[in-house]
Design a protein around this ligand. Structure first.
Ligand SMILES: NC(=O)c1ccc[n+]([C@@H]2O[C@H](COP(=O)([O-])OP(=O)(O)OC[C@H]3O[C@@H](n4cnc5c(N)ncnc54)[C@H](O)[C@@H]3O)[C@@H](O)[C@H]2O)c1
Length: 373
């Protein structure tokens, strides 16, 4: 702590650090002092500290953690380096917020949470979708029993030509996977949470990559590739570099009998779509445009709750990060409960791990197979 404020530092100085994590820390000047940024590219670390008026930049993460001794660290590098930096930060006594997904396997994710527990530190995945006002309202309604018993859900995150045009999302050694672990992870997480964290049972998954490696010169926008206000470094996309799935679909089963159908894509010859729906014995709902489908007396009835998005950062493109970071800071300073729990993130990790195994083996994979791998 410094002047009764949490000392924070950021690992990885790309889009999400510059557009979400750092502005969110800076929005809490009474509780947080952001002291340093690390990136393996010195120009990225230096530019970031300059742009945000942060005192120190580093190209050696371990050294930054030793010298700055942050209370809280954000890990904002590409997926496949998350686990190593989370481990390094926990070993150095830091609380950690890590971009999603924490790791590509359940086992590795479990090991990170075991380490966090051993060190007595917070480790939280940046599952920011659920901090949206309409998602929080839906959770309140589901918890109040307004849906009855949930037995079916589905989610879709479809981009027509939305392969990320920046960063390394399309490289397996950096990103681990494609559309599912980039887009699907948000909706899997939101659903697990909304459905009351049921135990994951099995998945049948399917992946495809027919368009991204072959199609050339189709006009698409940066907006379509998912970073409307956040891109700092647009790269010329090289189809031959594409190594992950552009399309992922499947069916999940949970131990309490809930079935979930899903499809996610970066490139698909179908209209764009993003959202989820949940059906229960009393009512169903859709998100992000929150609407309930039920009956009143003899009449089928649609209900559109009024959800006012009026918070101080509601208009920010990454408003969920502002809310998540405030939640973590309030937890560390005042003991507020965190919204994203280790158990939920472990369920998401198990789903992702089992999904890729199922797609590879072309058969249903049960949760035990990843728990005992
Ligand atoms: N929650 C969300 O809405 C959201 C949105 C976008 C990205 N993300 C996540 O944020 C993470 C980063 O994405 P981004 O869009 O900022 O990518 P980016 O490519 O813009 O930035 C990544 C940064 O990490 C640095 N880097 C790469 N490998 C490194 C390594 N091994 N060690 C140190 N630095 C390294 C790069 O130099 C770059 O500055 C990813 O995990 C991604 O899934 C989350």
């Amino acid at each position: 702590m410094k002047d009764n404020k949490l000392v924070t530092a950021v690992i990885g100085a790309g889009m999400i650090a510059n557009k979400a994590h750092i502005p969110a820390y800076k929005s809490l000047p009474e509780q947080v002092s952001i002291e340093a940024v690390f990136d393996k590219r010195e120009e990225a670390a230096a530019q970031t500290t300059q742009a945000h008026n942060i005192p120190f930049h580093y190209t050696d993460a371990e050294r930054m953690l030793r010298e700055i001794r942050p209370n809280l660290v954000s890990v904002c590098t590409p997926n496949m380096s998350h686990a190593a930096y989370v481990r390094m930060a926990l070993e150095n006594g830091c609380n950690v917020l890590c971009e999603k997904p924490l790791a590509m396997t359940w086992k590795e994710t479990r090991a990170l949470y075991d380490l966090a527990k051993e060190k007595g530190r917070l480790l939280m995945a940046c599952q920011t979708l659920r901090y949206g006002e309409e998602y929080l309202a839906a959770k309140e309604m589901a918890d109040a029993g307004m849906l009855g018993d949930i037995y079916f859900a589905e989610f879709a995150a479809i981009r027509r030509r939305g392969i990320p045009k920046w960063g390394v999302f399309h490289r397996k050694e950096d990103n681990g996977g494609g559309a599912l672990c980039d887009l699907g992870v948000h909706l899997i997480d939101a659903l697990v949470w909304l459905m009351g964290s049921p135990a994951f049972k099995s998945v049948s998954g399917y992946t495809a990559a027919h368009i991204a490696q072959h199609e050339k010169n189709v006009i698409s926008s940066i907006v379509e590739s998912g970073a409307p206000a956040g891109v700092t470094r647009a790269l010329k996309y090289q189809p031959e570099e594409f190594e992950v799935e552009e399309f992922a679909a499947g069916t999940l089963q949970f131990e309490n009998g809930i079935n979930v159908n899903f499809k996610t894509s970066w490139a698909l010859n179908l209209p764009p779509q993003f959202g989820l729906s949940i059906a229960g014995t009393k009512a169903g709902l859709t998100l992000p445009d929150l609407k309930l489908y039920t009956v009143m007396g003899r009449y089928q009835t649609d209900i559109v709750p009024k959800v006012f998005k009026e918070g101080p950062h509601a208009k920010e493109p990454f408003s969920g990060h502002f809310a998540l970071i405030k939640n973590a800071v309030d937890h560390l300073m005042y003991g507020a409960p965190v919204l994203v729990t280790p158990e939920q993130t472990l369920t998401v990790a198990a789903v992702i791990d089992a999904f890729y195994l199922s797609a590879k083996l072309q058969r249903e994979v049960r949760a035990e197979e990843v728990y005992t791998a």
